[in-house]
Design a protein. Structure first.
Length: 314
């Protein structure tokens, strides 16, 4: 069995077309399921999903009790998918369903992770392209992950990898990082993104920033070492400056003229201290969130009648 997992946040206009395109592609396979995770949509998404799941037995859905974010929706998909291989793709048809047979072929060749990389696409907005490029560059520099530019959440995972991901206990799971981190035999495929079928992007600038911060802080503690480095630099500078002042005091007549330097140094040191306290605060905040051990997401509704009570997942 092959599972297709689709996160959907306010995608009412896309779902029906998506399901039909997916079914057309998947008809050549014996057994498959389409698991759509409604990430707390406020439009008719849930209603559309109920109709689709009643009309087609292959369609299942999970509905979150509120918006938990794209990464959480994918995670719920991995937790609840039943297939031997799990393929994730976006609801807006930007990830071409026609590429699915290629992914499956690679999986049958023995690859356990078949991930895709977005080809440089002039249709994509300049803003998205640049922010994405610099984000991956920064992430590669601060962590030891080897994530490529344009890596997307469009990928096939073998059951083994999905079960490994389920063992991750952290709330803030950055999947692209985690999947690169777990290893296994990985294979890369290039794809050309299509235009969004209907509606507007559901990834606001705020959500992009959140994803970036989560990616960096969950795969690196290197920013914390920055404070040590800066501390040493300041210490060295203070030493040199101190030596100079002492020399002036004892061997020259130029005495109380250093007021400007004093003020400048105070401001500088104060600023550096605030930055460092901030960095420590970010990680402390993350620890706080993880220690609470709240459920990563809450299911409010599903297509399975017997499971339609609230389910708590770690
Ligand atoms: N999405 C989600 N929760 C969110 C934001 C987005 O489940 O909070 C889904 C969305 O429905 C889509 C996928 O994540 O299926 C990618 O989002 P989108 O297409 O808006 O992002 P973009 O392609 O603009 O980066
Ligand atoms: Mg999209």
């Amino acid at each position: 069995m092959i599972s297709l997992v689709v996160p959907a946040f306010n995608e009412e206009e896309n779902l029906s077309v998506l399901v039909h395109r997916l079914m057309a592609v998947m008809s050549q396979y014996e057994c498959y399921e389409i698991l759509i995770v409604d990430d707390g949509s406020s439009d008719q998404t849930r209603h559309v999903l109920r109709q689709l799941s009643q009309a087609y037995p292959a369609v299942r859905f999970i509905s979150f009790s509120r918006n938990f974010g794209h990464q959480m929706a994918l995670r719920a998909g991995y937790d609840n998918a039943r297939g031997e291989a799990v393929i994730c793709l976006d609801a807006d048809l930007q990830h071409p369903p026609e590429l699915i047979p290629t992914l499956i072929e690679k999986w049958r060749e023995g690859y356990e992770v078949v991930y895709t990389v977005r080809q440089a696409d002039p249709k994509l907005s300049w803003f998205k392209r640049t922010t994405s490029k610099y984000f991956y560059q920064l992430l590669r520099n601060v962590s030891n992950l080897k994530i490529e530019d344009g890596a997307a959440d469009f990928r096939l995972l073998d059951r083994k990898v999905v079960d490994t991901l389920k063992q991750f206990k952290e709330n803030d799971l950055f999947l692209r990082g985690a999947i690169s981190w777990v290893g296994f035999r990985q294979c890369r495929i290039l794809y050309e993104p299509a235009a969004r079928y209907a509606g507007r992007s559901k990834y606001s600038f705020r959500k992009m920033l959140q994803l970036a911060a989560m990616g960096i802080t969950s795969f690196s503690t290197r920013p914390l070492y920055l404070s040590v480095l800066l501390g040493f630099t300041m210490f060295l500078m203070a030493g040199l400056f101190g030596a100079e002042t002492l020399y002036e005091h004892f061997f020259t007549d130029a005495t109380v003229s250093g007021w400007t330097t004093l003020v400048l140094l105070m401001v500088l040191i104060g600023g550096v201290q605030f930055i460092m306290i901030g960095i420590i605060g970010v990680y402390l905040g993350k620890t706080f969130v993880e220690v609470k051990g709240r459920p990563a997401y809450i299911i409010g509704d599903t297509s399975e009648i017997e499971e339609s009570v609230t389910t708590w997942q770690a």
